[in-house]
Write a protein that binds this ligand. Structure first.
Ligand code: CTP
Length: 400
């Protein structure tokens, strides 16, 4: 998603400047072109040489360090930028930006620039919590800049509290959102993800191989495109994505209760979860023991959440319903049957027999079926790209 995006990375003089090195590497790995500019103080913490090597570009430190005299760096760099990221942003740099000063290259660049600006504060807790810094941050927000709040924890100055440079995962989401189309702005979206576990006794459950990656990719990309997102997920190892309401459940019945309760007032529901169709008829509070004579398990059918949502759909057009079908045979016929039976607007069929798509892998190859009879075969894509593609189809349907 960051391919060909030009990011100006402004580093100011705090100990967290060393973390900027890793962020620059990650941005480049995601395809961005990163131009580093530094305040004079920042060069005392990390040398420009480090950033030049990591960014693959000359690092600018001063207003007047020109290679060719006709170029004015704060104007020419600002004109090319898709985004300016200030990380770490010290109290001094924040104050400078809030008061519109232009006495060093990063502040002059921010003033001359018209692209989104993201500020990642990092400093001692008392400095961060001081009313002057808080007022300056409020002022930056009023200019439309995005602030990535610092984390709390043990700081370099041996104190505890807020002021530690935010984790990359939060900053990354803010960068991606700033560079994303905002075609889901104002929309409320619910995504389900992962498997469900149906307990049999205190140590055993019935489950499936879903990793949750497709559902999490849908939730994260919807958030980047501006949606207010609720993610209802079964057991998975993936940590909570930032900026959304995450509801963790275990069983299909718990998922049904949450989704049906939360469904009012939504614009879209995407059911990417691999919901268990059955649960054990009885739960044994003690561990089941073998008796040398085999074992027969009686199962009860779980409620079909998507079908219940589809049945209620006749009364109101929203939420738009998007289902997933994991199939190993007769994909397309089964897909059309599920789309009709569950009264869906869109259905994504996964071929679970292929090694590079479906459960537990990073990529997916889906076929999309639309209520109006259209069928689209998608190429092999990352799960994030697949999710973005689904949202593009969803926004078209919302517009219709
Ligand atoms: N689904 C659901 N509630 C269930 C079972 C499935 O909401 N109890 C949803 C899934 O989240 C998915 C869609 O229905 O979006 C299709 O799920 P899938 O397991 O492929 O189909 P089933 O309807 O369960 O049919 P079958 O397993 O017999 O193929």
């Amino acid at each position: 998603m960051l391919t060909d995006k030009k990011i100006i990375f402004a580093v100011s003089g705090g100990i967290a400047a060393y973390k900027a090195a890793d962020w620059i590497r990650k941005l480049r790995r995601e395809g961005a072109e990163v131009q580093v500019v530094m305040t004079g103080d920042a060069t005392r913490f990390v040398t420009p040489l480090t950033f030049a090597a990591l960014s693959g570009q000359k690092v600018y430190e001063g207003m007047f360090d020109l290679d060719d005299a006709e170029r004015i760096p704060h104007i020419s760099l600002a004109a090319k930028a898709d985004l300016i990221l200030v990380a770490p942003a010290t109290a001094q740099t924040i104050a400078r930006l809030a008061s519109g000063m232009a006495d060093d290259l990063p502040s002059a660049l921010v003033l001359a620039n018209q692209s989104p600006v993201i500020i990642c504060p990092a400093m001692n807790s008392n400095m961060y919590l001081h009313p002057a810094t808080q007022a300056n941050l409020e002022r930056l927000k009023s200019y439309g800049y995005q602030i990535v709040d610092p984390d709390s924890g043990c700081l370099a100055c041996d104190t505890e509290g807020p002021g530690r440079l935010a984790d990359w995962s939060s900053a990354k989401e803010t960068v991606y959102s700033a560079l994303s189309e905002q075609d889901l702005a104002g929309r409320k979206v619910l995504v389900t993800a992962g498997p469900t576990h149906e307990p049999l006794d205190p140590v055993r459950y019935l489950g499936n191989r879903s990793s949750g990656r497709m559902g999490f990719a849908l939730a994260v990309t919807a958030r980047r495109r501006g949606a207010e997102v609720t993610l209802v997920t079964g057991p998975t190892e993936i940590p909570d994505p930032p900026g959304m309401n995450v509801v963790r459940i275990t069983t299909a019945e718990e998922m049904a209760a949450e989704v049906l309760e939360l469904s009012a007032g939504l614009d879209v529901i995407v059911k990417a979860a691999a919901v268990s169709d059955f649960r054990p008829a009885d739960y044994s509070t003690g561990k089941l023991k073998k008796a040398g004579a085999g074992f027969t398990l009686e199962l009860r059918e779980n409620r079909d959440i998507l079908k219940i949502l589809g049945e209620n759909k006749e009364k109101r057009p929203l939420p738009l319903l998007v289902g997933f079908a994991a199939e190993s045979n007769n994909f397309i016929e089964e897909g059309w049957r599920k789309l009709r039976d569950k009264n869906l607007d869109l259905l994504a069929i996964n071929d679970i027999t292929s090694d590079d798509a479906g459960f537990g892998v990073e990529t997916n190859r889906i076929t999309l079926l639309k209520r109006n009879g259209d069928q689209e075969n998608m190429p092999l894509l990352s799960k994030e790209d697949t999710a973005n593609l689904i949202w593009r189809r969803v926004t078209r349907l919302l517009a219709e």
